[in-house]
Design a protein around this ligand. Sequence first.
Ligand code: ZN
Length: 286
Amino acid sequence: MTHDEDAPRFVSYAVRDGTAWIMLDRPQYSNAQNYRLLNQLDGCFRAAVEDDAVKVIVLGGEGKHFSAGHDLGTPDKDTLFERERVNLWWNHTDKEGAERQYVLEQDAYLGLCRRWAAIPKPAIAMVQGACIAGGLMLAWVCDMIVASDDAFFQDPVLRMSQPGVEYFAHAFELPPRIAREFLYLGQRMSADRAYQYGMVNRVVPRAELRDTVAEIAAEIGSKSRLGLALTKQAVNFVEDLRGKRTAMDGVFHMHHFAHAQNQLATGNLVGGVDLKTMAAANKGEQ
Ligand code: ZN
């Protein structure tokens, strides 16, 4: 894993019975994502793809929550180190104006998510507790989502005057009218409600989450590697024919118009919203 080898580990990786278990491992910060975590996650996905013994990938989070989203201000928030530039955008940290965030998000948010959605092995998101904003992005790039009954899904970034998180799959994952509600209100959607719309495949008691995921992974893993890869590509192909990729490109640029507007109008690219104000506002369920 390149120059980041000595860095603290924010993601764990283990292979058992043909399944790669990739676990976000920053539970003290609800698995908030800085780009060091994203770099490590990319390295784990790469390892899973390259290991012929791995047929299926599980992506989960240690602790109470799957992921509270992008890091808005923990002590390890990204400032001092360069990210891996797997998608070959240039370094963003020394750039000015809107370029800095645009380059970061093209590469580390939109770029990585697309790369992971195209991984030629089936992936299952195992979601408990909070799955908020950037957390949604990680769950959505997986092929299936298995949730515990205490899981909830939320994209509150309209509070930052942003039209949803950078990987804009909302109106593909949910019926358009529900996607509007999800975004306008920014409230928590329970796992049961997400299941009704087909955004979640199974909802199980928390104590049964890992075993259920392991069973599904084992069943998928009994199929042929190439057959699974072709099947995954087939569904991805249909989603793209429905305009998913094009829609995301369009919305990504609206998202960056909003970052630039925030910067111009308030001096802060998310309009001054920070970890505390966001956490306080994120209560409530729909
Ligand atoms: Zn953004």
